[in-house]
Design a protein around this ligand. Structure first.
Ligand SMILES: *Cc1c(COP(=O)(O)O)cnc(C)c1O
Length: 418
């Protein structure tokens, strides 16, 4: 009987044929710009399929042409990434921002409106609010905690229901871990869809990564990743990915070919290597994060901990969303120290094992100060509204021994002088 293996069992081999690479057990880096055609007829056939001049015949695989269009490292990586999200297809990029900006440019046109959740990752926020309007695209936003009725009213009050083309969300929100309801976002997209119009739902799933949250199951059309974070996971590569149906990814890859922002063979190879340990890394990060959050929650120098694992029934909707769409509590914890910037900086400067750096999802634990670092250009009022204040510290929990992580946090907290 055919057994359906779990993605973690397939990450070492799926989609790679050793016999095509001298028997090498690992996929080599295909560091090549172009590929030799066996015959002129074969080259012609490859282009016909790649440019959609005719549909592929049954069993006809897309031929390798030129590394801006396709490359084995990228194709194998894309095939493996589809397994976690159970997506039909995937496109990989040289950064998370290139995946996000390509999707926005492909699915939005002048006159359209995009509805976003707030807060978004700073780069996405900038691209959507500062660059898309130059192309005549309107932006509406809703805040965490708003109900479906309230969000629909935002669109109706702006009189933009008919031009709404995309709902773009990010959950959990960075750095406060507030959750946005994917299923409810889908219902909003459907509410504004019509016979001749499909409002797409795109979800930036970087914060939970492909192991802990599967937006397609909850109705997302497109899932986006900064593969720099959990997927890469070793703080040594910048990359991005987009997943969805065959039809949608075909469009994404089409624009990618002409923007030329595909991942390089070397990036593809690094991510293939990272994917082999994705599950074990993230399993450890999630259990470590639970332990670290419990420690912080009980510590007298800590005022408040922002962590999905701390949600209980009395948190109402947030708790329900977590139960529905998050498979773990994630690996990101934010917390307020008692005091302000001075105390937060004393803590950050005293860390020894944990590195003081932005980014997240890596093997090593990282800490940063959102108000003056990742979120420094967010509007002051918005920062206050989202509790991104001077006393907040953001932690990305790594794979170290959790007792060592807690030891480091404890000694750094003890260095705070009031
Ligand atoms: C880092 C990040 C991005 C941008 O990804 P890059 O790989 O840095 O381009 C987008 N969204 C989220 C949530 C991120 O954390």
């Amino acid at each position: 009987m055919e057994r359906k293996m779990k993605p973690e069992s397939l990450m070492m081999s799926y989609g790679y044929k050793p016999e095509l690479s001298e028997g090498a057990i690992k996929c080599p880096i295909f560091q090549t710009s172009t590929f030799v055609f066996k015959t002129a007829e074969a080259g012609k056939a490859f282009f016909e399929v790649a440019y959609g001049l005719r549909p592929a015949n049954k069993g006809e695989e897309p031929g390798l042409i030129y590394s801006r269009i396709n490359n084995p490292d990228l194709e194998i990586l894309e095939n493996r990434l589809t397994l976690w999200d159970e997506a039909e297809d995937c496109a990989v990029f040289e950064s998370g921002m290139s995946a996000i900006s390509t999707v926005l440019l492909e699915f939005l046109k002048p006159g359209d409106t995009v509805l976003i959740s707030s807060p978004l990752y700073g780069g996405s926020d900038h691209f959507i609010k500062k660059i898309l309007p130059k192309f005549g695209i309107h932006v509406l936003e809703f805040m965490v905690g708003q109900t479906k009725e309230e969000i629909i009213k935002i669109v109706n009050d702006a009189n933009m229901g008919s031009q709404l083309a995309m709902v773009f969300i990010e959950t959990p929100a960075n750095p406060t871990n507030h959750l946005i309801d994917i299923k409810c976002s889908k219902e909003i997209a459907e509410h504004f869809s019509g016979e001749n119009k499909h409002v797409y739902l795109a979800v930036d799933n970087t914060y939970m990564g492909p192991i802990w949250q599967h937006p397609i199951k909850h109705g997302a059309d497109l899932v986006l990743y900064s593969a720099t974070k959990y997927i890469g996971g070793h703080s040594d590569v910048i990359a991005g990915a987009c997943l969805g149906s065959k039809d949608l990814i075909k469009r994404v890859k089409g624009l990618r070919t002409f923007l030329g922002n595909m991942a390089s063979p070397n990036t593809g190879w690094l991510l293939l290597r990272s994917l082999e340990t994705l599950k074990v890394r993230m399993d450890v990060q999630a259990t470590n994060a639970d332990k670290v959050a419990a420690f912080l929650t009980a510590h007298p120098a800590v005022e408040k901990v922002y962590f999905p694992g701390n949600l209980t029934e009395k948190d109402g909707e947030q708790f329900k969303i977590k139960q529905r769409q998050c498979l773990t509590n994630g690996g990101m914890i934010s917390f307020d120290v008692k005091g302000g910037e001075k105390e937060a900086f004393q803590f950050l400067n005293a860390l020894k094992l944990i590195k003081l750096a932005v980014s997240l999802g890596s093997t090593e634990s990282l800490a940063e100060h959102p108000a003056t670092m990742t979120h420094s250009d967010v509007d002051f009022d918005l920062k206050q509204r989202f509790s991104i204040t001077e006393k907040m510290v953001r932690l990305s929990v790594g794979v170290e021994n959790y007792e060592d992580i807690i030891f480091d946090i404890n000694q750094a907290l003890s260095k705070i002088t009031h």
